[in-house]
Design a protein around this ligand. Structure first.
Ligand code: FAD
Length: 399
């Protein structure tokens, strides 16, 4: 007779791995299925992510305690006396969490693609994969943007919205041309170079850095078709044409943000987590922390359902609360800054950097970690121009 798993998890990104580790720690019989065998590159996340989700410190490449915001002409740096966040070696981090899940007894099937759900009398009883059929009691879809199972059941469309796209290089800089970024992550705005998005530079530890561009595809691609050329231009400007060693170049697209519509994040015993349910927030390009939060909420609801018979509805309720007021504020900014920004001028960005002068490092952490955008209103009368430009971009420009 076929094994009946307590939980079957489709997708072994950070959301699926975390759920696998936690659920198998609770002595449940867990199967994790992923189509690849290796995962991830590098990524930043706030310091709280590691503590909250007990992620192994060996997955850190570099801590950072400085944040820089700027245009290509003027920038401002905020320095904290403690670590604000970490740049992770995402591949190493994923491998470490996977090992922890395996130690807890989780069965892992790599290089196996999940095709579809198996139903019996309208109940979900298993999944079909390229390595055969597997049966279980609860199912988690953690297949990221693909959302294979949640889209099959109709919780969202297969391809729900336009993706954001990003391209990044990792460099080795032994001559320390980029020394000012060695403890920092930074975000740059420029009307021409990063239309509908931003550029970034971040430390990657030991004289290594990441330089990238990300933007929302919606209107920018018509005007600025070549992301790669603009990334090269950005690198040239940062390095004053000096040569550096490029270690890696990678890119990707991701679905998320305000136009990612999910009808529900759960159907009966199937729960969607992470990018599957659009947990990526384009505001500062953060997906890892939010994917982990959704995973943690799903784990908690499943455990309470098993142990106390509590309704699985609690999962959806918790996620709605998490993505409430401040999350919605970021959607407002995301639309104005990255999607409908054709009326935003370079002067707007100059003004934005100017008003950020009023902010101290705690304000920056509040905006970055808690999305308390209202902090920008600290000097309300002086900031009227910027607020007016944001409102105009958000509500009056539909180009
Ligand atoms: C270029 C780029 C840079 C980024 N930088 C950052 C950053 O610095 N900080 C940050 O917080 N976030 C960043 N993000 C976002 C972040 O990487 C994601 O939000 C996060 O990884 C989502 O995790 P997840 O587990 O939900 O999904 P994913 O990591 O996408 O995992 C999904 C998993 O499902 C598997 N899968 C898919 N379909 C199937 C199938 N049919 N069968 C079996 N397996 C399947 C995939 O192989 C994958 O392993 C970045 C994203 C991109 C594209």
């Amino acid at each position: 007779m076929a094994t009946i798993y307590d939980i079957i998890i489709a997708g072994g990104g950070i959301a699926g791995l975390y759920a696998a580790r936690e659920l198998s720690k609770a002595k449940l019989k867990v199967l994790l299925v992923d189509q690849t065998s290796t995962l991830g590159s590098t990524a930043w996340t706030p310091a709280i992510t590691l503590e909250k989700f007990s992620l192994p410190k060996e997955g850190i490449n570099a801590p950072f305690n400085e944040v820089i915001f700027g245009t290509l002409k003027k920038e401002k740096k905020w320095v904290s006396n403690q670590n604000i966040g970490y740049v992770l070696d995402y591949k190493r981090m994923s491998t470490l969490v996977l090992e922890e899940a395996k130690i807890n007894g989780c069965i892992v099937l790599t290089q196996s693609t999940v095709n579809s759900l198996i139903k019996k009398n309208e109940e979900i009883v298993g999944i079909n994969t390229t390595k055969g059929d597997f049966y279980g009691k609860y199912f988690i879809d953690a297949t990221g943007s693909a959302g294979v199972l949640v889209s099959e059941i109709g919780l969202r469309k297969k391809v729900p919205c336009h993706p954001s796209v990003g391209m990044e290089i990792e460099i080795y800089d032994p001559d320390q041309h980029l020394k000012k970024f060695q403890n920092a992550i930074s975000v740059f705005f420029d009307k021409d170079l990063f239309a509908c998005g931003y550029g970034w530079v971040s430390t990657n530890g030991n004289n290594k850095y990441k330089i990238g561009i990300g933007e929302s595809e919606v209107s920018s691609f018509k005007k600025h078709p070549n992301l790669e050329l603009r990334l090269e231009e950005f690198i040239k400007l940062l390095l004053n044409d000096k040569k550096i060693e490029i270690l890696e170049k990678h890119g990707g697209s991701i679905y998320g943000g305000h136009n990612f519509k999910v009808n529900s994040i759960r159907h009966k015993n199937l729960l969607g987590i992470g990018d599957t349910i659009g947990s990526f927030n384009p505001f500062l390009g953060e997906g890892i922390r939010h994917a982990l939060y959704s995973s943690d909420m799903a784990v908690e609801s499943i455990l309470k359902n098993i142990q106390k018979g509590e309704d699985l509805d609690s999962y959806e309720k918790k996620w709605k609360k998490y993505t409430d007021f401040h999350w919605k504020l970021t959607s407002f900014i995301n639309i104005a800054l990255y999607e409908k920004n054709t009326q935003i001028t370079q002067n707007f960005y100059n003004e934005l950097i100017k008003i950020m002068d009023y902010l101290d490092v705690d304000d920056i952490i509040q905006i970055g970690q808690e999305y308390k955008i209202e902090v920008l209103l600290k000097k309300f009368p002086q900031n009227m121009n910027v607020i007016y430009a944001l409102l105009r971009a958000r509500f009056f420009n539909f180009g």
